[in-house]
Write a protein that binds this ligand. Structure first.
Ligand code: ADP
Ligand code: MG
Length: 446
C-alpha cells in the first residue's frame, strides 16, 4: 500500500510538478483568446499606422512561438496544485478509505501528525467514539503503543505491539503500525504521509493458549500428588517401617488407592484426547438410546445401593434410535448418573427420563434424556464452568468420591461430536438436572 500510485478524486495526477506540462498545441489552444486579441490588435495598428503587413506577421509569429514553446505556469494554477498535493497528504484518498473500510478488524488511518483521518466501522467504537480530526494519542494510554506510533511517525519501519483493552472483559490485540508513503520511492527514514493502525483481536487465541498451559499444569499436578505419596510410602517401607507388618499392610492399601487414582486420571486423559482427535468425524453407526440408558442404570445399580439412592427410570422399552457411538454414549450417561449418585446422595433418589422433543434452538427433533437428583445442587456461579477440564466445586469432595474433574469435559466433547448438547439446571439446596439432547436418527419417525 505504501508504494501505491494514488489518484485524486478528479482522476488527474495529483503531482504538482508535471501539472502544466501540456504540450505546444494545447498551450496554443489554451491561449486562443489572447492570440485572437493579438491578431486584431496587430491588424488595427498596421491599418492605422499604414506600416508594412509583414512586420505585423513577424511580431505575430514571435508571439505564436513564445506561446507554443516557452514553458509557463500560472501562479494560481501552481498554488492550486500545491494546495491539492498538501491536502492529499492530510486526507487519505477514496481508495485508501475504501480499503480500510473493507477490513474486518478495527483500523485507523492517521496523518503525519498522528491525527485520525479515517476510522472504519469496528475502529469507530473501539476506543470510545473516535472521530476524524481527533489525535489518537488522547485515547491510547499504553506506553508501548504510543512509542510504536511515535517511532513510525518519525520515519521508523513497521511496528507490531501487543495492546490490551479493558472494557467489561479484557481483550488482547496485536496492533500493527504501518507507515504509508505516497511517493513511489520514499527516502530511507523519511516521515510517512500516513499511518495505518490495524488491531487484530487475539483474545480467543490467547485464551486457548492459556487453557492449554493450564491443562498441562493441572494434569501434571494431579499426577504428581499421588505419585509423590506412593514414593513417600515406598521410602518409609524401605527405611523406618521396614519389617513392620501392620504398617506395611496399611501403607500398601493407601498406595493401591493412589495408584488407582493415577490410573483413573490417565484413562480419562486418554479418553479426552481420543475424543478430541475425532471431534469433527460424525458417528456412522445407529444405536438404541433406550438400551444404552438401561445398560448404564444396571451397571451403576451396585453404586446406587452403596450410596442408598433409589433410581427411578422412565419407561425405556421403546427403541430410540440415534446416530452415535455406543461406547462414547455409555461414557456420557455413566458420568452423569455417577455424578448424580455421588453428589446428589443426600436426596436419596434420582430420576432418569427420556422424551422426544423439538429443540427450539434449531427446530429439529431431539431425544432429551434428563438425569435429576435431589441433593445439594450447584450454586449458579459454577454452572458456566462445570464442563471445563479439572473444574470442581469442591476438589477435596471430588477426590474423596474418586473424581478426576474430567468427567463433564469428556461428556461435553462426546456430545459435541454427536451434534448434541448438555443443559444444566440447578437450584442450590434442591438438586440438579443434567439434560442431554441428541438429534433423532432420520429413520426414527415420530
Ligand atoms: N449432580 C451434581 N450435583 C452437584 N454437583 C455436581 C453434580 N455433577 C457434577 N457436579 C460438580 O461438578 C464437578 C465436575 O464434575 P466432573 O467433571 O464429573 O468431575 P468429577 O470427577 O469431580 O466428578 C464435580 O466435582 C462436582 O463438584
Ligand atoms: Mg464425575
Amino acid at each position: 500500500m505504501a508504494n501505491d500510485k494514488h489518484t485524486p478524486r478528479s482522476g488527474k495526477s495529483y503531482d504538482a510538478e508535471p501539472f502544466m506540462d501540456t504540450g505546444p498545441l494545447l498551450r496554443l489552444y489554451a491561449a486562443r483568446w489572447v492570440l485572437l486579441v493579438a491578431v486584431i490588435g496587430l491588424a488595427w495598428i498596421t491599418y492605422s499606422t499604414g506600416s508594412e503587413p509583414w512586420r505585423a506577421a513577424v511580431v505575430f509569429a514571435v508571439i505564436l512561438f513564445a506561446t507554443a514553446f516557452l514553458p509557463r505556469r500560472r501562479k494560481v494554477t501552481r498554488l492550486k496544485a500545491r494546495a491539492q498535493a498538501r491536502r492529499l497528504t492530510m486526507v487519505p484518498d477514496v481508495h485508501m478509505r475504501k480499503l480500510a473500510a473493507a477490513l474486518p478488524d478495527p483500523c485507523f488511518i492517521l496523518d503525519r501528525r498522528g491525527i485520525v483521518r479515517f476510522a472504519n466501522a469496528p475502529g469507530g467504537t473501539i476506543f470510545g467514539n473516535v472521530k476524524e480530526g481527533d489525535p489518537l494519542s488522547f485515547r491510547i494510554r499504553q506506553p508501548n503503543m504510543l512509542a510504536a506510533l511515535d517511532n513510525v511517525l518519525d520515519g521508523g519501519p513497521i511496528e507490531k505491539v501487543e495492546y490490551s483493552l479493558k472494557s467489561h472483559s479484557e481483550r488482547v490485540y496485536e496492533a500493527w503500525v504501518t507507515p504509508i508513503h505516497l511517493s513511489a520511492e520514499p527516502m530511507g527514514g523519511a516521515r510517512p504521509d500516513f499511518i495505518l493502525l490495524l488491531l487484530h483481536d487475539q483474545t480467543e487465541q490467547k485464551n486457548i493458549e492459556r487453557m492449554r498451559a493450564d491443562f498441562v499444569a493441572n494434569a501434571s499436578h494431579e499426577l504428581r500428588t499421588p505419585l509423590a505419596s506412593v514414593i513417600g510410602f515406598i521410602e518409609t517401607l524401605q527405611g523406618p517401617a521396614k519389617g513392620d507388618i501392620a504398617a506395611t499392610e496399611k501403607f500398601l492399601g493407601i498406595m493401591l488407592d493412589q495408584a488407582e487414582r493415577m490410573s483413573r486420571l490417565v484413562s480419562d486423559l486418554l479418553s479426552l484426547s481420543r475424543i478430541e482427535m475425532k471431534a469433527h468425524v460424525l458417528p456412522d453407526t445407529q444405536v438404541d438410546l433406550s438400551k444404552i440408558i438401561s445398560h448404564v442404570a444396571d451397571a451403576l445399580a451396585p453404586l446406587a445401593r452403596d450410596q442408598n439412592v433409589t433410581v427411578n427410570m422412565c419407561a425405556c422399552d421403546d427403541s430410540r434410535w440415534i446416530a452415535g457411538d455406543r461406547d462414547e454414549l455409555v461414557q456420557v450417561f455413566e458420568n452423569l448418573v455417577e455424578n448424580a449418585l455421588k453428589y446428589g446422595q443426600d436426596g436419596e433418589k434420582i430420576d432418569i427420563d427420556c422424551k422426544k422433543i423439538v429443540d427450539p434452538a434449531d427446530g429439529q427433533l431431539h431425544y432429551a434424556v434428563s438425569i435429576r437428583d435431589y441433593g445439594q445442587g450447584i450454586p449458579t456461579e459454577h454452572l458456566p464452568r462445570l464442563t471445563e477440564r479439572f473444574y470442581r466445586i469442591d476438589v477435596a469432595s471430588s477426590r474423596e468420591r474418586k473424581g478426576t474433574g474430567l468427567g463433564l469435559a469428556i461428556v461435553k466433547h462426546i456430545l459435541t461430536r454427536h451434534r448434541g448438547r448438555l443443559l444444566v439446571n440447578s437450584v442450590s439446596g434442591l438438586g440438579s438436572t443434567f439434560e442431554v439432547r441428541l438429534p433423532v436418527a432420520d429413520s426414527d419417525d415420530l
